[in-house]
Structures are given as C-alpha cells and as structure tokens.
Design a protein around this ligand. Sequence first.
Ligand code: NAP
Length: 224
Amino acid sequence: MLPSISIIGGTGAEGSGLALRWAYSGYQVTIGSRTLDKALEKAAELNIKMPDTKPQLVGEDNLTAVKASQIVVLTVPYSAHRETLLDLKENLRGKILIDVTVPLMPPKVDQVHIPAGGAAGLEAQEILGSDVKVVSAFQNISAAHLQDPEMNIDCDVLVCGNDSSACEEVIDLVEAAGMSGIHAGLLVNAIAIESLTPVLISLNKLYKIRDAGIRVTGISRTEK
Ligand SMILES: NC(=O)c1ccc[n+]([C@@H]2O[C@H](COP(=O)([O-])OP(=O)(O)OC[C@H]3O[C@@H](n4cnc5c(N)ncnc54)[C@H](OP(=O)(O)O)[C@@H]3O)[C@@H](O)[C@H]2O)c1
C-alpha cells in the first residue's frame, strides 16, 4: 500500500505542485496550512485537475496534517522554518520529514546564504532530534515545473539524509512525482544542494528563463 503524504505549507507554489503530482500518482495527500480554510480551498482547487479515478486531496490545519501521515513534507519560507518545526516537533516523532526549504534571504534570492546551522536540512535535524528521519530533497526543482502533472520533468533531484532507507523511500516519491531521484549522500551535503538553488535563480535571471535545473552525468539511469 502506498504511504500517505502530508505537506506543511502545501498551499504555496512548491508544496501544491508536489501535492498534485503525488495525488496524480495515486498517493493520498493532505495539504497543510496555518489556516484550515486556506488548506480546504487549495485542496478543492487541485481536485478540479484530478481525474475521478485518482484519490482526492484533502486540506487540514498543519498539526492535523502531520498527524495524518508517516511522511511529512515541509515547504515553507526559510523565515518560518524553525518556528514551524518547533510547533510540530512532538507530532513528527517516528516520521520521515522531507525538507524542501532553501535558506534564501529575500530580496537577495540569487545569492547563496549559508545559515547558522549550515543548511536548513541540518537545522531541521538538530531541532527535531534523532526521532525524526530528516531527508533533504526538491530544493532545485522550480515550482514552475510542477504544475502540469502529466509533464515529465527533465531534472534530477538530489536526495540526502543520514538514514539510507528513508532516502530510498524518498527517491521512490521523487520518481512517483515524475522526476529522477539520485541518492546524494549524508544530510551534511544539503549545504551544497540548498546552495545550488540561488545559482539556478541566477541562471533564470541571466538567461531569461523560468526553470533552470540540474542533471548529473555519469550515472546509469537503470542502475541508480
Ligand atoms: N517556489 C519554488 O520554485 C521553490 C523551488 C525550490 C524550493 N523552494 C523552497 O520551498 C519552500 C516553499 O516555497 P514556496 O515558493 O512554495 O513558498 P511560499 O509560497 O512563499 O510559502 C509556502 C507556504 O508557506 C506558508 N507560510 C508562509 N509564510 C509563513 C510563515 N511566516 N509561517 C508559517 N508558514 C508560512 C504559507 O502557507 P499557509 O499560509 O497556508 O500556512 C505558504 O503558502 C521555500 O523554502 C522555498 O525556498 C521553492
């Protein structure tokens, strides 16, 4: 049976795009928000795009959303990262947290910013402790890619974390969302992976595009 997935901050561009893609692949997805009405509205908006044969998305407040799933995805701005995790910490015990957060410092979103803890993913693990398996992923996937669930995305997703089997589970979710997932080592590597996002934002600006991404060469796609 497929695991259910809850997305904290799932009303935003990145979280709602991932939500749509997983629901399209047959996963039960809960959109979490600080405001129940906002979550219900976003779930209803996404359900319009869902064929009748697929599971309907549901909307909940963030805490109820966390309680609903063993896999929780965090897609909030970095400024809300610590506070959101502290609020949800007790209810995340025993679960996988997929951290998508990039420590951007608006308005300088095209410049690398290394936070005090090295990376948002490392800070999440430090805040949550060893009871939560933090896996870092999707930071280099522009929300612009995610909106059409039938479009294949020609980008790799670097997945890192300290628990190998949790990383493998997340790689399955990357593939289910129509992307290619690559195991990129321990959580400390999130420092480099998160730092690639402002580089990609710079490329978008300099080359007047919306969706710069990355592809790793040298890996056999059937053997990964
Ligand atoms: N957008 C992209 O293309 C992209 C690509 C890669 C990675 N990311 C990363 O993914 C994360 C989400 O990006 P996004 O563009 O989806 O962000 P966003 O739309 O600005 O925010 C996502 C959601 O976070 C919640 N939120 C906003 N401010 C908050 C606060 N002060 N406290 C608690 N929750 C707050 C809101 O949900 P509620 O109001 O419903 O609670 C909002 O809908 C960011 O860390 C971003 O760097 C984004």
